[in-house]
Write a protein that binds this ligand. Structure first.
Ligand SMILES: *Cc1c(COP(=O)(O)O)cnc(C)c1O
Length: 414
C-alpha cells in the first residue's frame, strides 16, 4: 500500500521568506505576507539540509501519485490544512507523429490539463489556499484571465473561504461560468487583467481581502514548483534540454527554476539545467521585448491582444525573475503570431490527436519557429507545457448535418 499524502503527517522545513529583488531575508515564516517592502515577490526558503536528512528521493516511491508527495519541499505545516481536489501527477505525452513528420527531436508535452479545474492554476491555488487556511484567512480576491479564478473559486469553496474574482469582460464564457458555479463572487470588468488587479489592490483594505494575484502572495510559486519537481522525477531525476513555457505572469517558469535549484541542493539532480524559453504572443510580448533589449524590467505592453488569453498579461511583477531564469539558463524569449497558434492548435489535434489549449499551442508554434531558426536542434529533448485542457476553449466550428429520413450517399462521406 502506498502512503496517502493527504493523511500522513510529514516534517516541514520552511525557515523564512526572502525578497526576490533585495535579498532581505527577515520575513518570518507562518505569518501573512503579500509583496516585499520593495513591492516585489517573496520567495519561501527551506532548511534544505534538514530536508536532505529527512527524505531521500527513493522514499517518494512509497507515496501516492499526487503533488503532495513533495511535502517536505512545500510550505503547509499541518496535514489538516491541506485543501485538495486530487492534484494528480500529470502525464508526459510524446508527439510521435509530428516528430516523424518534422524530422524533429523528442517533443514531450506535459499535459497540465489533467489537473482539477482543467489547468495548472490548480497547482498554485491548491497551495495558496491551503496556506490561506493555515494562516486563518477568510476572504480572498484576485484578477484573472479565467483559469486562476476558477481554481481560486474551487479551492476556496472547499476550504470555506469566501472568494472574489475580477476578469476582463471578454474572458471566455466557460471560465466566468465555472468561477460562478464553483462559488466565487465574479465580475466582468471593462479592462485588462492589470486593470482588474488595480481593483483588487484598492479594495483589499476596505474589504479585508487576501490578495492572491499572481506573485503577490508567496505560495502560488511553491505550488507551481511541483511542476519542476515532478518533471525531474518523471524523467528519472534528469531534466530536459529545453522547456517551452507559455508566459503570462511567469509563475511556472520562475518556480521551476527554483525547483531545480532546490533539487540540486538536495543532490537529487546534478548541475545540468534546461534552457528555459518564455513563449508569448506577438500581440502581447513584454518579456520578449525586454529580453531582446537586454533589460531586466518590462514596461506595460499597450493594446495587449491574443487568442491565447492565459498569456495576455501586459505587465508582470516578477518580470526580472522570468528574465533572469531565461538568461541564466541560456534560454530565450520568443513571440508567435495568433495565426501560428491557431495552426499549431489544429496540427497537433489532427496529427497527434492531442487537443492543446491555445497557450499550449503557442509553445508548439514557438518550438517549430526555434527549430527553423536554429535556436533549438533536432538533438534536443524538449518539453512543451500544455497548461490547460483544450476543452475549455472555443474550437473551430464543425457543422456537417445528415438527414436520416433521406437515403444516405455513403460514398459522399469520404
Ligand atoms: C495562467 C496561464 C498561463 C500563464 O501562466 P503564468 O505562470 O502566469 O505565466 C498560460 N496558459 C494558461 C492556460 C493559463 O491559464
Amino acid at each position: 500500500m502506498l502512503e496517502d499524502n493527504l493523511t500522513t503527517d510529514r516534517p516541514t522545513f520552511v525557515t523564512n521568506l526572502e525578497c526576490s529583488i533585495s535579498g532581505a531575508d527577515d520575513y518570518a515564516a507562518d505569518e501573512v505576507h503579500g509583496l516585499s517592502r520593495e513591492g516585489r515577490p517573496l520567495l519561501v526558503r527551506y532548511d534544505l539540509s534538514g530536508v536532505k536528512a529527512a527524505v531521500s528521493r527513493d522514499d517518494l516511491a512509497d507515496r501516492t501519485h499526487d503533488f503532495w508527495r513533495y511535502r517536505e519541499l512545500l510550505p503547509v505545516r499541518h496535514t489538516r490544512n491541506i485543501v485538495s481536489l486530487g492534484e494528480a501527477m500529470t502525464p508526459l505525452v510524446r508527439l510521435n507523429n509530428l516528430e516523424r513528420e518534422m524530422g524533429a527531436g523528442e517533443i514531450i508535452v506535459k499535459d497540465e490539463g489533467r489537473l482539477p479545474t482543467g489547468s495548472f492554476k490548480a497547482r498554485g491555488l491548491a497551495m495558496a489556499v491551503s496556506m490561506a487556511k493555515e494562516l486563518g484567512i477568510t476572504k480572498a480576491a484576485m484578477p484573472t484571465n479565467g483559469n486562476a479564478g476558477a481554481a481560486l473559486a474551487a479551492y476556496c469553496s472547499r476550504a470555506g473561504i469566501e472568494s472574489y474574482v475580477f476578469c476582463p469582460e471578454d474572458t471566455p464564457e466557460v471560465n466566468v461560468r465555472e468561477i460562478a458555479l464553483q462559488g466565487a463572487k465574479v465580475w466582468r470588468v471593462n479592462g485588462l487583467i492589470n486593470d482588474c488587479g488595480k481593483i483588487v489592490g484598492e479594495g483589499k483594505e476596505p474589504m479585508g481581502w487576501y490578495d492572491v494575484s499572481t506573485l503577490k502572495e508567496p505560495y502560488r510559486i511553491e505550488g507551481k514548483k511541483t511542476m519542476g519537481l515532478e518533471l525531474a522525477e518523471q524523467l528519472g531525476w534528469d531534466v530536459p534540454d529545453v522547456i517551452f513555457y507559455p508566459t503570462g505572469g511567469g509563475t511556472g517558469l520562475i518556480s521551476m527554476w527554483k525547483a531545480f535549484a532546490e533539487l540540486e541542493a538536495l543532490d537529487w539532480i546534478g548541475a545540468k539545467r534546461p534552457r528555459m524559453v518564455a513563449v508569448q504572443a506577438t500581440g502581447c510580448a513584454p518579456i520578449v521585448k525586454a529580453f531582446e533589449e537586454g533589460v531586466e524590467h518590462a514596461p506595460l505592453w499597450d493594446d495587449a491582444h491574443t487568442i491565447a488569453s492565459g498569456i495576455r498579461v501586459p505587465v508582470a511583477v516578477g518580470d526580472f525573475l522570468i528574465l533572469r531564469a531565461v538568461s541564466e539558463s541560456g534560454g530565450f524569449a520568443i513571440a508567435v503570431t495568433d495565426e501560428a497558434i491557431d495552426q499549431a492548435h489544429r496540427d497537433v489535434a489532427r496529427k497527434d490527436g492531442f487537443l492543446l489549449c491555445p497557450e499550449g499551442a503557442a509553445t508548439f508554434a514557438a518550438y517549430q519557429q526555434a527549430l527553423m531558426d536554429g535556436r533549438v536542434s533536432r538533438q534536443d529533448r524538449v518539453v512543451l507545457f500544455n497548461c490547460g485542457s483544450g476543452l475549455k476553449y472555443p474550437m473551430p466550428p464543425a457543422e456537417q448535418f445528415l438527414d436520416r429520413t433521406k437515403p444516405i450517399d455513403y460514398g459522399a462521406l469520404n
